[in-house]
Design a binder for this molecule. Structure first.
Ligand code: ZN
Length: 501
């Protein structure tokens, strides 16, 4: 029974086996047949193309007709050609696309820091969208747009200069747009107002001087064979305004300003040391009020100066009084006192950011006239560096303690030395009324007043004094403003008692 069952089972398996084989063979032929069918279909289609090719060609010819015959139809720039032409733009983030007659490419930098990277991406995309919108409104055939960039950073500032190139029917136009980011504040900086108007006057002076020199050299070389009168043609005076130097890039070496001479793009790099007094945001990201305000140069000016600070209570109070009255002053701070506490450091920053001026009163308030050259340099340098670290700007002036100096001090000060011609005697009287009386009786145009913001009585006096002086027609200014508006030339090592040259 066992063997019969086994035989039956084997038979069953065999039958099943041959059934499977049969099915496989059948499937094979079926696939082959279907394949042949579909091939036949392909060939049949190929044949049909031939038959409709005339109509197809006709259609094709219409599309490819010269633009003169069909001016409404855009003739596209082949995408591949466009991509090939601009593939060198690599590295940073790129966008290449082709849409309804406009081929465009955008490239912008990608930074490690997400905040500024995200901000530059948004700016780039916004720029692209605006440009595309403008271009799509142009009724023309071939349109091409390329936005590339250059970037630079200095301290806390990131600078990107986008170069925009548009090509409409073979005619190229270009423009530049800049973007500045303050890493410290985490915000974009208005590139239009980063430099005060006076910065452009200064830059133009530098460029014009260089251009004049170049012209002189050219004139000199040509004198022998060129006819007289031809030489002057090359000289071109640039106007010191924003339009002349419409774009710039902040590099590590200085701000690189672009301008045009005879239709050619040129650039000049101006170091920050020469520009910092004109900058609304310092290279280390501090936001400052314009350090030289628009004032009336013909109206009398008085420079109030406050020594021996900062004082964490009196100085901020004084800053408020100045602010309320639209007045400014100069604060000659001590390096050592500044570093003494965090609130003192913050006070120095407050002075700076409010647009008032910081000067160096040395590091330890020592009589410089008693020191060696080395010690003088150390006293002045330490205070300078302290102020720089906190504000990103070196102070312009030094006030020697006790107004004491000698030839060695003048030689090694490396700055103009400022004394005074009005002493409020606040250090002696310590009396509010007496301070007010003293200063009011001595008030006159271009005078420099000595006071001390470490005394509460001095700040009490300021509350009365400042509006009183303004009422009498004085503009209360920083030393920088005084010398600027009164046309006083500044020299290192020279002593200034007042605002006269
Ligand atoms: Zn002092």
């Amino acid at each position: 029974m066992k063997s019969r069952k086994k035989t039956k089972a084997i038979l069953k398996r065999l039958l099943l086996g041959s059934w499977c084989v049969l099915m496989l063979v059948l499937t094979f032929f079926l696939i082959k047949y279907i394949g042949k069918l579909s091939n036949a279909g392909t060939y049949a289609n190929a044949g049909s193309i031939d038959t409709v090719s005339d109509a197809y060609r006709k259609q094709n010819t219409v599309t490819k007709a010269p633009v003169t015959e069909a001016p409404v139809t855009a003739v596209p720039t082949p995408k591949a050609e466009f991509l090939k032409e601009y593939e060198h733009l690599g590295e940073a983030k790129e966008v290449f696309a082709y849409e309804s007659g406009i081929a465009y490419g955008l490239r912008y930098p990608v930074y490690e820091d997400e905040a500024w990277s995200g901000a530059v991406k948004a700016a780039a995309e916004e720029l692209l969208a605006a440009q595309l919108e403008e271009l799509s409104g142009v009724k023309a055939g071939e349109r091409k747009l390329v936005i590339d960039y250059e970037d630079g950073t200095v301290g806390e500032l990131v600078s990107v200069l986008f170069r925009i190139e548009r090509e409409i029917d073979g005619v190229t136009e270009s423009e530049k747009e800049q973007w500045i980011f303050n890493k410290k504040k985490g915000e974009t900086v208005d590139a239009e107002t980063l430099f005060a108007d006076r910065a452009y006057v200064y830059i133009a002076e530098q460029v014009n001087e260089a251009l004049a020199k170049e012209t002189d050299e050219v004139t000199g070389a040509e004198l022998s064979d060129a006819p007289a009168g031809e030489a002057e043609e090359t000289e071109q005076e640039l106007t010191g305004n924003r339009e002349t130097f419409s774009s710039y890039l902040l590099t590590a070496d200085g701000a690189e300003f672009y301008y045009e001479v005879n239709g050619e793009e040129e650039s000049v790099t101006i170091p920050y040391a020469a520009l910092h007094t004109y900058m609304a945001v310092t290279v280390n990201g501090n936001v400052v009020a314009d350090s030289i305000r628009e004032l009336d140069p013909d109206k009398p000016m008085i420079a109030l100066t406050y020594d021996d600070g900062p004082h964490y209570i009196n100085t901020p109070r004084l800053l408020e009084i100045l602010e309320e009255n639209g007045a400014r002053a100069t604060f000659f701070v001590l390096g050592e006192r500044t570093l003494y506490t965090e609130s003192n450091k913050n006070t120095v920053k407050m002075i700076y950011e409010s647009g008032n001026e910081l000067g160096s009163h040395t590091h330890t308030h020592v009589d410089l006239a008693t020191l060696s050259a080395e010690a003088i340099v150390a006293e002045i340098t330490n205070a300078r560096e302290t102020i720089y670290e906190l504000t990103g700007e070196y102070p312009t002036f030094v006030r020697p303690p006790y107004g004491s100096y000698n030839d060695t001090v003048k030689k090694y000060a490396n700055a103009p030395l400022i004394t005074w011609n009005v002493d409020s005697e606040d250090w002696k009287s310590r009396n509010t009324d007496m301070i007010v009386e003293e200063v009011m009786s001595m008030a006159a145009d271009r005078r420099i007043v000595l006071m001390h913001d470490i005394h509460t009585c001095t700040v009490d006096a300021a509350e009365i004094l400042i509006p009183k002086l303004i009422e009498e027609g004085y503009q209360l200014v920083t030393l920088r403003e005084l010398f600027y508006y009164k046309g006083v030339e500044l020299e290192n090592g020279r002593v200034y008692h007042n605002g006269y040259n």
